[in-house]
Design a protein around this ligand. Structure first.
Ligand code: CA
Length: 219
């Protein structure tokens, strides 16, 4: 398993990408211009390159020529308006593109999708002393397997992907059980308390009165 190379001259965006991916077990390297990126690509191997199109000096398309012989998969980062850029990126051999601004969820979904497609890795999410593997849908605490029902696992993933954010009970319920479920939000409450107990997250998985639930951000 190799790191993800982030090539993006806007540092705030590069940092956001890094934070999102590192939270979910990816190791990242950042390059802020085309020359720096080319240096990295020459010396190191990467599982994936996230490549901004508009870069000072050597732009993303030129860099693509340089990347292609290494056969490293590329996801282009493009501006919203630029349909031409997207088409050109895909023609140049990019696997996918992400339109800026993007939500962390979307970025993660694209990156995970590519990793699964290329069979590069099976990722694990570590939160406190709990390890979650979304590919195998398994969970362990301090190395000891924790058995969750499929609903409990779905609920856990919904909370994990939105941690640090208060989720409305209705929204959370709908995400896990769907719109036309026979169950009700009381079922959600029961699942939450079971998750709390199984994972030992009495403090981390908080009830927010009259609103819903919050999984604490780790940092
Ligand atoms: Ca840029």
């Amino acid at each position: 398993m190799y790191p993800v190379l982030i090539v993006e001259d806007e540092r705030a965006i590069a940092d956001l990408i890094e934070m999102t991916l590192e939270d979910f077990g990816y190791v990242c390297v950042k390059a802020f211009d085309g020359e720096q990126a080319a240096d990295f690509i020459e010396k190191e191997k990467f599982d994936l390159i996230l490549l901004d199109v508009m870069l000072p000096g050597v732009d993303g398309f030129s860099l693509m020529e340089y990347i292609r012989p290494t056969e490293t998969p590329v996801i282009f980062l493009t501006a919203k308006s630029s349909v031409e850029d997207r088409v050109r990126g895909l023609r140049a051999g990019a696997y996918d593109y992400i339109v800026k601004p993007f939500a962390p969820d979307e970025l993660l979904a694209r990156v995970d999708g590519l990793m699964r497609h290329t069979g590069r890795r099976s990722r694990t999410i570590r939160l406190w002393d709990v390890e979650i593997n979304p590919d195998t849908r398994t969970v362990s605490k301090k190395g000891v397997p924790v058995s969750l029902t499929p609903r409990e696992f779905d609920l856990l993933m919904a909370l994990v992907l939105n941690r640090g954010i208060v989720l409305y009970r209705d929204v959370l319920f709908e995400r896990v059980w769907g719109l036309d479920s026979e169950a009700n939000t009381r079922t959600l409450d029961i699942h939450i308390s079971r998750l709390r107990k199984k994972l030992g997250w009495e403090h981390q998985l908080r009830s927010v009165p009259k609103i819903g639930y919050l999984l604490e951000a780790e940092r």
